[in-house]
Design a protein around this ligand. Structure first.
Ligand code: NAD
Ligand code: ADE
Length: 428
């Protein structure tokens, strides 16, 4: 007899196993210990109810940290519906806890196939959102193509990641974006910390949990030296790897060189790398040609948003057979008699094989999400169908609240210093 049968009738859901709810709640509470900024916002939302009357569809990685964001939005008065932003990133115990303990409609199952993934987004959209919250712009894409009737009630949205923001800016440029969206990713308190330190640590965590391989002494090839790539390169270096960076942007490549890394074209790196990690937001970075030149035993994985960075169809066509070596590790026997190991199906390895970024860094990303949804509700009448930056006031507030929580004090400008910094005619 399922323990949560009454709730099953009242909170719509399609999840793996409601009996995981207690385990999920424990982990959500554990994560909450390291999310003081979001907790403070939740306390304020509980009394002020700034999101009252709004329906939010949150298409995010369903993790313990996301659960704490969703609780915050609900305390703010919103009706919240959750679905996953990647078929492999759901934590099934968290999904169960969202339904059974927090009364949040949830549609996601770890390892769901593509059809189920999209069906879950459609189910979430049936709640007729007034606000969309994406990690990768999937709800925005579907609303603008298949569910245009929903545009009538939507007032705005937020976007969590680099790849989503790039897509939304392309939509705005082509004049097809139909409602304002705040690019949470572009806040300093998001990408400087989440993309760099969060992805840096959790990507290595995903590789280690999937393989239990020793990083020291390995040649780790980091493809893309943006915010995420910088973080991953630094952490791989710290674990004793010899790090090679590949780039297409001369400035980023120069930065990698001056940070002490070797920079090579991917085809040269192909022959010497032991572990390849893509973080570019681009496609076919590990192309057919690269795959053919990998040395036997090479491991390849991705931590960029989509599973397009490794040419997986080419990998299949180059292989005579493939099988699972261990969970999240698939060995491909190539026709050139070499073996290649694909980790986490080429999906975000930090969320597929590990738990994503630690709570302390998601605290800032999701504080931005919560405050931006409040800002959206209060300012939507002044906003156009465009992509907006996070207001500096919010960005600075999140930084200050995080410093306060860490008990770190900083200096204040004196009046004399402030005058000096704002003048052009005061001498030295
Ligand atoms: P970014 O724009 O700062 O960096 C991307 C870098 O990749 C750029 O320097 C670009 O020049 C480089 N690049 C593009 N094409 C390339 C190619 N063919 N070869 C080599 N380099 C190439 O972006 P970012 O914030 O670092 O994000 C990177 C990806 O990671 C995005 O898809 C983003 O959505 C995703 N992301 C993932 C997580 C996670 O949890 N795994 C977290 C944040 C962002
Ligand atoms: N993206 C990266 N890590 C994450 C996490 N822990 N929760 C939600 N989204 C994430």
């Amino acid at each position: 007899m399922p323990r949560y049968s009454e709730l099953m009738k009242t909170v719509e859901h399609h999840i793996a196993n409601l009996d995981l709810a207690d385990a999920g709640r424990k982990r959500i509470e554990w994560a909450n210990r390291e999310m003081p900024v979001l907790s403070a916002i939740r306390d304020r939302f509980r009394t002020e109810k700034p999101l009252q009357g709004h329906r939010i569809v949150a298409c995010l990685h369903i993790t313990t940290e996301t659960a704490n964001l969703l609780r915050t939005l609900k305390e703010g008065g919103a009706e919240v519906t959750a679905c996953a932003s990647n078929p492999l990133s759901t934590q099934d115990d968290v999904a169960a806890a969202l339904v059974a303990h927090y009364g949040i409609s949830t549609f996601c199952i770890k390892g769901e196939d593509n059809d189920t993934y999209y069906q879950h987004i459609q189910s979430a959209l049936n709640s007729k959102p007034t606000i969309t919250m994406d990690d990768g712009a999937d709800t925005v894409g579907i609303i603008h193509s298949e569910r245009r009737e929903l545009l009538e009630t939507i007032v705005g949205g937020t976007e969590e990641t680099t790849t989503g923001v790039i897509r939304l800016r392309a939509m705005a440029k082509d004049n097809v974006l139909q409602y304002p969206i705040i690019a949470v990713n572009d806040a300093d308190t998001k990408h400087l910390f989440d993309n760099r330190y969060g992805t840096g640590q959790s990507t290595l965590d995903g590789i280690l949990r999937a393989t239990n391989t020793l990083i020291a002494g390995k040649v780790v090839v980091v493809c893309g030296y943006g915010w995420c790539g910088r973080g991953v390169a630094k952490r791989a270096d710290g674990l004793g790897a010899r790090v090679i960076v590949t780039e297409i942007d001369p400035t980023k490549a120069l930065e990698a060189v001056m940070d002490g890394f070797e920079v090579l074209p991917i085809l040269q790196a192909a022959a010497i790398g032991d572990i390849f990690i893509t973080l570019t937001g681009n496609k076919k970075v590990i192309s057919r040609e690269v795959l053919m030149n990998l040395k036997s035993g090479a491991m390849i994985c991705n931590s960029g948003h989509f599973n397009a960075e490794i040419d997986i169809p080419a990998l299949h066509s180059l292989a005579s057979s493939h099988h699972e070596s261990r969970e999240f590790v698939e060995e491909f026997q190539l026709n050139n008699n070499r073996s290649v190991y694909l980790l986490g199906e080429g999906r975000l390895i930090n969320l597929a094989a590990a738990e994503g970024h630690p709570a302390s860094v998601m605290d800032m990303s999701f504080a931005n999400q919560a405050l931006c949804s409040e800002y959206l509700v209060q300012n939507v009448s002044k906003m156009d169908r465009n992509v907006y930056s996070v207001p500096t006031l919010i960005d600075k507030m999140v930084a200050q609240l995080k410093l306060d929580a860490m008990n770190v004090k900083i200096d204040q400008l004196t009046e004399e210093q402030e005058r000096y910094m704002n003048s052009w005619n005061e001498g030295t």
